[in-house]
Write a protein that binds this ligand. Structure first.
Ligand code: NAD
Length: 443
């Protein structure tokens, strides 16, 4: 089948590469000329395990192309995917500027029936607005060509995106037109062989399902972070509590890790956008407000612990950071906890020496050259002569360090662990002070 994808970011590239891999002819269109030039030169602008190889293989096979030309894109695909960004607006709502620009662009150019597949995360009612934008663009040309708009939210996780796309838990298809449902079912057939994962529902339900999923996951995290703070207040160990509650199958062990807050391009903006949708629909979403507030506070938790430990004397100190990305296996630093922490440390006059297996380039892009940030190539280089080690992202390569080496390299032997990676007795046995989340009474 012929597929066009607008947007060559995390979602667009993974969708394009995976649809090409099963034999479709795919064109990815992006407005970012540098990005498209890089892709056409064989580069890949993001870090996502396995994506380079998949793109290279399908480009070579002639099934995957990249372009900035919307004429080419609209002429090509029966399916026109929208996978552009929906960043938060100032009031927390999703900014639909890019989505509607693509809709207009398709409406202006289409000469035959098209299925518009909305993969971006968009508020309930967006499919109607996409259809409106397309109709307006068509009527300016005096055309009335048939089209359908489908909501097909994406559930991939950065870091495991290819596996998630190739073997999805569910494929949500929101449409009120059975014929379009069948077209999408056919497109997704290769990813739906083991058992039926396609769930066809109304457009509004599909749009809400994506927000509901992310809000639920964010709620689990904020719940555990709230509990970790209570554990500190009462002298309990949150890790014991986690294991205790996870054993109940109604709760389960997944996604109940306490930490230093959630970040990334999805949870923060999607919780805010859902809350905004609820408010504008006349409902006050108090739980969502609390999820967001708890997360905001949790992102400052590591700094408070550091400040307390050094009794406020942070001026001139150097902190080694392990982890910059918002989670392991990605270079994405959007709303990452590392950013809030670094900004607080800098404001207090401290310096940061950071190591991340893949996100250093992204940190350089965000912060540029500055004298209080040093990005190093090796995790042990970050520690040498630093006043403390702070763990912000749970990369697996951080899980089993040599604590004696860490003690020898640090100026003052203390680890602040925002992800509870270590057994406290092991760390303290090596003579290193260990401050983690929800496992010691608040001082
Ligand atoms: P991204 O910022 O990585 O990529 C978006 C791309 O769209 C950019 O390359 C940008 O240049 C391009 N673009 C903007 N306007 C365009 C236009 N008019 N025509 C063509 N291209 C245009 O975004 P992303 O992380 O891939 O997210 C895309 C959407 O998918 C968002 O709504 C997001 O919430 C949702 N989503 C993201 C993830 C994730 O893990 N990143 C997962 C599920 C859903």
């Amino acid at each position: 089948m012929d597929v066009t994808i607008f947007g060559s970011g995390y979602v667009g590239l993974v969708t394009g590469a995976c649809l090409a891999e099963v034999g479709n002819q795919v064109i990815c269109i992006d407005v970012d000329e540098d990005k498209v030039a890089m892709l056409n030169a064989g580069g890949v602008p993001i870090f996502e395990p396995g994506l380079d190889d998949l793109i290279a293989k399908n480009r070579q096979a002639g099934r995957l192309r990249f372009s900035t030309d919307p004429d080419e894109g609209v002429a090509h695909g029966l399916f026109q995917f929208i996978a552009v960004g929906t960043p938060p607006d100032e009031d927390g709502s999703a900014d639909l500027r890019h989505v509607l620009a693509v809709a207009k662009s398709i409406g202006e150019r289409m000469t035959g029936y098209r299925v518009i597949v909305d993969k971006s995360t968009v508020p309930v009612g967006t499919a109607d607005r996409v259809a409106e934008a397309m109709r307006a663009a068509q009527s300016e040309r005096g055309h009335h060509i048939d089209f359908d708009v489908v909501s097909n939210p994406e559930f991939l996780k950065e870091g495991a995106a290819i596996e998630d796309f190739m073997r999805p838990d569910r494929i949500i298809v929101g449409t009120d037109n059975p014929r379009t449902g069948e077209l999408l079912r056919a497109l997704y057939g290769p990813f739906n062989r083991n058992h039926d994962r396609v769930m066809v529902m109304g457009v509004r339900s599909a749009e809400l399902t994506k927000y509901a999923a992310n809000a639920m996951l964010a709620t689990k995290i904020s719940f555990m972070n709230e509990l970790s703070n209570i554990a500190e207040a009462v002298g309990a160990d949150i890790e014991m509590v986690r294991v205790g509650i996870g054993s109940d199958p109604r709760i389960g062990y997944q996604f109940i890790y306490p930490g230093c807050g959630y970040g990334g391009s999805c949870f923060p903006k999607d919780v805010r956008a859902l809350e905004h949708t609820a408010t504008t629909s006349g409902y006050k979403a108090e739980l969502l407000q609390a999820v967001e507030a708890v997360n905001h506070r949790q992102k400052e938790r590591l700094f408070s612990k550091i400040e307390r430990h050094f009794e406020g004397a942070l001026q001139g100190k150097t902190f080694a950071l392990w982890g910059l990305a918002f989670k392991p296996n990605t270079d994405d630093m959007r709303e990452a906890s590392s950013r809030r922490l670094m900004e607080q440390l800098w404001a207090a006059g401290a310096r940061v020496r950071a190591f991340d297996p893949v996100a250093a380039e992204e940190a350089r892009r965000i912060y540029g050259e500055r004298s209080d940030l040093e990005l190093v190539e090796n995790r042990m280089d970050a520690i040498e002569g630093a006043d403390a080690l702070v763990i912000v992202t749970e990369w697996s390569e951080f899980r089993s360090p040599n604590f004696a080496d860490i003690k020898a390299q640090l100026n003052t032997p203390v680890i602040f662990d925002g992800r509870n990676l270590f057994d406290p007795t092991q760390v303290t046995a090596a003579g290193v002070t260990y401050v983690s989340i929800g496992r010691e009474p608040a001082c």
